[in-house]
Design a protein around this ligand. Structure first.
Ligand SMILES: Nc1ncnc2c1ncn2[C@@H]1O[C@H](COP(=O)(O)OP(=O)(O)OP(=O)(O)O)[C@@H](O)[C@H]1O
Ligand SMILES: CC(C)(CO)[C@@H](O)C(=O)NCCC(=O)O
Ligand SMILES: [K+]
Length: 259
């Protein structure tokens, strides 16, 4: 069985797969100081709670936080006796070579999203991921990552307003019924929600213009459904794109003999 780990700047998600069959997802916040033993305590409690007979033989990790990888490696070795595949490390093969400036380290989550999206939709894509950052990944006709856009995440923008302005409260995102807010909370929600609708529309339109061939726009990430409801921003929504991408990269490495 495969344990796929997607470690973002805010949240860390584990998902367990029996071959192609998805078994469960476990979510915790990302902490670079969490030890291998602490991961196992948390993991084994939840696996038991869900009644899953997890016999993990393989582990794959994508981490946007380099410092957590050490403890996750120890976790995989100590509790499952395996050497994990770490996306972005030279020993982990990718189905494509990113076409970016020399020396650029593309975020592993973006490489994983690229692999997952290409597997499901083929090439010529824009993948929009609403995580800590809002990222746009351009996937070429052959499945290669060829660049993109990084914008501040929705929750980060809301938090920044609260932190920087004494009179602005912390507000959760939601879709406002109108644009003109008549109280502070509505004004902030309107600014961030409609601001992101505009941001996504403008960036996708400019990417398409520059790319010069028809493209599909695929959305993923916790907040994607909220934006999906509004306007026709996306052609498809993929709830588990990063996890799917991890299984694709794992399979590719199995088939090509790197694990
Ligand atoms: N309607 C909503 N309002 C506020 N937050 C939401 C809503 N729906 C989902 N979320 C949040 O979205 C987050 C899930 O997002 P996702 O896993 O894509 O990225 P993340 O964990 O925020 O970022 P990263 O992967 O960079 O750590 C969760 O924290 C969840 O609480
Ligand atoms: C942009 C984030 C933070 C999104 O999770 C991550 O992909 C990252 O740290 N990227 C590194 C820089 C880059 O992708 O070009
Ligand atoms: K994410």
């Amino acid at each position: 069985m495969l344990l796929a780990i997607d470690c973002g700047n805010t949240n860390t998600v584990f998902s367990i797969w029996d071959g192609e069959k998805f078994l469960c997802t476990l979510r915790t916040s990302t902490h670079h100081a969490r030890t291998a033993d602490a991961y196992f305590t948390w993991y084994s409690t939840l696996v038991k709670h869900y009644g899953i007979e997890a016999d993990i033989t393989d582990v794959i990790i994508s981490s946007t936080v380099p410092r957590v990888v050490f403890n996750l490696r120890v976790f995989a070795d100590r509790f499952f006796g395996c050497r994990p595949l770490v996306v972005g490390k030279p020993e982990t093969l990718l189905p494509f070579k990113p076409r970016v400036d020399e020396g650029t380290q593309v975020g592993p989550d973006r490489l994983v999203n690229t692999a997952g999206a290409f597997d499901r939709h083929g090439g010529d894509l824009i993948v929009v991921d609403f995580g800590t950052a809002t990222t746009f990944d351009v996937v070429a006709h052959d499945g290669a990552y060829v660049g993109g856009v990084i914008a501040p995440g929705v929750n980060l923008s809301l938090e920044a307003l609260h932190l920087a302005a004494a009179a602005l409260p912390h507000v959760d995102i939601s879709k406002p019924q109108k644009v003109i807010g008549t109280n502070t909370v509505e004004c902030i929600q309107s600014g961030v929600f409609w601001g992101y609708v505009g941001l996504v529309r403008e960036i996708c339109s400019r990417i398409k213009g520059e790319y010069g061939a028809p493209m599909q726009v695929i959305s993923t990430g916790g907040l994607a459904p909220l934006f999906q409801q509004s306007a026709d921003l996306f052609d498809a929504f993929e709830e588990d794109l990063t996890m799917h991408g991890l299984t694709v990269i794992h399979r590719y490495n199995k088939e090509n003999g790197s694990v």
